[in-house]
Design a protein around this ligand. Structure first.
Ligand SMILES: Cc1cc2nc3c(=O)[nH]c(=O)nc-3n(C[C@H](O)[C@H](O)[C@H](O)COP(=O)(O)O)c2cc1C
Length: 230
């Protein structure tokens, strides 16, 4: 490796050590060591990334493990698996890294959310810290402090729409099939929207290196309210 690069790397490492010890240097308002520990500790032990093993192998202090994926999740890996799935039955059109998505674990009780994209947070108004480990159905109700009394016929319509969609989802999940439904959902501030939800099952290498594959459900969300007539 280039000598000048290595010297600079050592200088940076020293600077880091000093700043961590004094706690005086900050990055985006957080102490540098806090940023460092966040990126390392949030690396999930499962699915995406393979980041934990990569992190151990990295000794170059100029490389900041996880800096481009603070959640530790390999978002592009998820999209690639969706794009390259062997037998697609639903045309989801173009997808890019700005998509609103969640990753859920069907092998755990009640299919909890294990990852959500920033766009999902922007669409719904919920922070990932509020929603990780929960089932996505919480979106079918406004938060208690934001509940608005709807006319009875609207309530009926919403319940009917969501009952049909939920039944369809559960039947498809049980068969490990792709699903696409419209659900009436609510944002954190109580606003209603019609969510075009597409759920795609994907497989991911088990982290243990056993060669086994682990199943996940990827959910894509889009607000279609303006076209839905509600
Ligand atoms: C990956 C994934 C994403 C989901 N996204 C949503 C969503 O955005 N909004 C929603 O109302 N339900 C969503 N669901 C569906 C609910 O989690 C749940 O499966 C559905 O309400 C049916 O189950 P239930 O009748 O037990 O509630 C999603 C499910 C999965 C697996």
């Amino acid at each position: 490796m280039n000598k000048e690069y290595m010297q600079q790397a050592q200088r940076l490492q020293e600077l880091w050590r000093q700043s961590s010890a004094s706690g005086s240097y900050t990055v985006s308002g957080a102490p540098i060591n806090a940023v460092e520990s966040k990126t390392n500790s949030s690396t999930p032990v499962h699915a995406p990334a393979n980041a934990s093993s990569q992190n151990k192998a990295l000794s170059d202090p100029l490389i900041y493990p996880g800096i481009y994926a603070p959640s530790g999740f390999d978002m592009m890996g998820i999209l690639i698996r969706v794009r390259q799935r062997p037998n697609p039955t639903i045309d989801i059109g173009s997808i890019d890294s700005s998509v609103s998505l969640v990753l859920c674990d069907p092998e755990r009780h009640d299919i909890p959310i294990v990852y959500c994209s920033e766009t999902f947070e922007a669409l719904t108004g919920y922070n990932s810290a509020d929603i990780l480990s929960r089932n996505c159905r919480f979106l079918q109700q406004p938060p208690r402090d934001r509940a608005v009394k709807l006319e009875a016929r609207h309530q009926h319509e919403i319940r009917k729409t969501n009952d049909i969609a939920r039944k369809e989802l559960k039947e498809r999940f049980a068969r490990n099939e792709e699903a696409q439904v419209k659900l009436v959902n609510f944002m954190r501030d109580g606003r209603m929207f019609v969510n075009l939800l597409t759920v795609i099952p994907i497989l991911w290498d088990d982290e243990s290196g056993s060669g086994k594959k682990k199943r996940y459900f990827v959910g894509f969300m889009g607000d279609t309210s303006k076209r839905a007539g509600f």
